[in-house]
Design a protein around this ligand. Structure first.
Ligand SMILES: *Cc1c(COP(=O)(O)O)cnc(C)c1O
Length: 425
């Protein structure tokens, strides 16, 4: 059995199920496994589903139908695309909401569904979103009879496509439009989790990216990419477009547990807290600044605590194995344009941040690099058009959204308003 401990107190020991429902450890730390789940050898192969099953089964093996759960969670898979010679893009946007967040959220929904059904309870997921998380949650939870998702989003501050992804499903998806900012939404959600009265009424959990149910499935595609390249005798470098650093943290855990990876590149936009930390050793959180790769606008990334935990008490050096690059908006646009002109490939702005970091890395190295592509370019049509002059087609399920009816609950920007709503759903 794999247990979990807290990054802030290693005497603590928690089961997978409890960590899943708690989200955050009661001491404020993040959950991490107490030991290497793959004592023999971490599995990697060129078959995605087989890789996902082998990586995730150690955590859920006591559930009935484990293989079924994983097959249900991943009806989509990553695609490895060669740009030129030594540069690849690993497309992680073929899931229902077209961002890599589908991997984490889909697995989270599948295991919560199993737990709710087994215990005959209804579980409510409460989440605040600045866009991508909410749309992934809405799609993954929709139609699951024992689960309900309450998604708070700031009125007028998420893109139209993102809003429609959340508001057009209905049923067990409950969109709540808050007359405030994303930070206001997040504050309200935090208060709800600490409110006894709410806890007495609902089995509440969070779909936040620190939840281990979202964290663990992110190991699977690193192992799959390594499996694909292994036949060519390549141990790749991974360049990871990063914001809250859950994605990179997962890659580092996989490597720590034996996945053959040569090096990692932490690619950020102008929110450069981690690249600066890697250079100076000084962690200086700052308020986030707005960029064209807005899902990465994070000034104080919460998953970084897992990365620091991984390297503490080891002789391994974080800065020797991870390099950081910050890419501004101007260079992001330039990279979309240059890659398009050179290869005909259209990258979204988040992927372009990773591509730029990879291209800079390869100026001084022949190492093969795989850039994680975190979003479909069709989600950012204006930016892509500005860079390439080209109109980009939306994926079919996003194009259809325009013709569907929207519905959401509007509440004012106070915790009281959310509480009244939660006590009456
Ligand atoms: C969330 C997100 C990221 C950042 O991922 P982290 O795990 O928070 O570092 C990057 N790109 C896209 C498109 C995202 O939605």
């Amino acid at each position: 059995m794999i247990y979990f401990t807290s990054t802030r107190n290693q005497n603590m020991k928690t089961s997978f199920d409890e960590a899943l429902l708690n989200g955050l450890s009661p001491d404020g730390g993040l959950y991490v496994p107490t030991r290497n789940p793959y004592p023999d050898q971490i599995f990697y192969s060129s078959n995605y589903l087989e890789t996902a099953q082998n990586i995730l089964i150690p955590f859920i093996h006591k559930y009935p139908n484990t293989e079924h759960i994983i097959r249900e969670a991943f009806p989509f898979s990553p695609k490895l695309v060669n740009m030129y010679e030594n540069l690849w893009v690993l497309e992680l946007f073929h899931g229902p909401s077209h961002s890599f967040k589908d991997y984490g959220v889909s697995f989270l929904a599948a295991v919560l569904d199993q737990k709710a059904t087994e215990n005959n309870i209804e579980i409510t997921v409460l989440t605040a979103t600045s866009g991508d998380t909410g749309s992934a949650v809405a799609r993954a939870f929709h139609g699951k009879t024992n689960l309900r998702a309450v998604v708070l989003f700031p009125a007028g501050r998420i893109s139209e496509i993102q809003r429609r992804q959340i508001t057009t499903l209905g049923g067990n998806i409950v969109p709540v439009e808050v007359a405030g900012s994303f930070d206001d939404c997040q504050r309200m959600v935090k208060k709800a989790f600490n409110d006894r009265e709410v806890a007495d009424n609902l089995v509440l959990t969070s779909a936040n990216s620190i939840n281990i149910g979202r964290f663990l499935p992110q190991l699977t595609y690193y192992a799959y990419a390594v499996g694909l390249l292994h036949d060519m005798k390549i141990d790749p470098v991974f360049a990871v477009p990063s914001g809250n650093f859950g994605n990179l943290a997962a890659g580092l855990f996989a490597w720590f547990w034996g996945l053959p990876v040569k090096h990692f590149i932490a690619a950020t936009n102008a929110n450069d807290t981690i690249p600066l930390y890697l250079k100076t050793g000084n962690y200086q959180p700052k308020p986030s600044v707005q960029t064209i790769s807005n899902a990465m606008d994070v000034g104080d990334p919460s998953n970084f605590e897992r990365i620091k935990f991984l390297f503490q008490d080891t002789s391994l050096s974080l800065s020797a194995n991870v390099s950081g690059t910050s890419v501004n908006d101007e260079n992001t646009l330039k990279t979309i344009k240059e890659i398009y002109e050179k290869t005909n490939y259209v990258a979204d702005p988040h992927t372009a941040v990773g591509l730029k970091a990879a291209i800079d890395y390869q100026k001084a190295s022949d190492d093969p690099v795989v850039v994680l592509s975190t979003a479909h370019p069709g989600k950012f049509p204006d930016t892509v058009k500005e860079a390439t002059g080209r109109d980009i087609e939306l994926p079919e399920n996003l194009r259809r959204l325009r013709f569907l009816n929207e519905s959401s609950v509007n509440i004012e920007n106070t915790y009281g308003a959310l509480k009244v709503f939660l006590l009456n759903i």
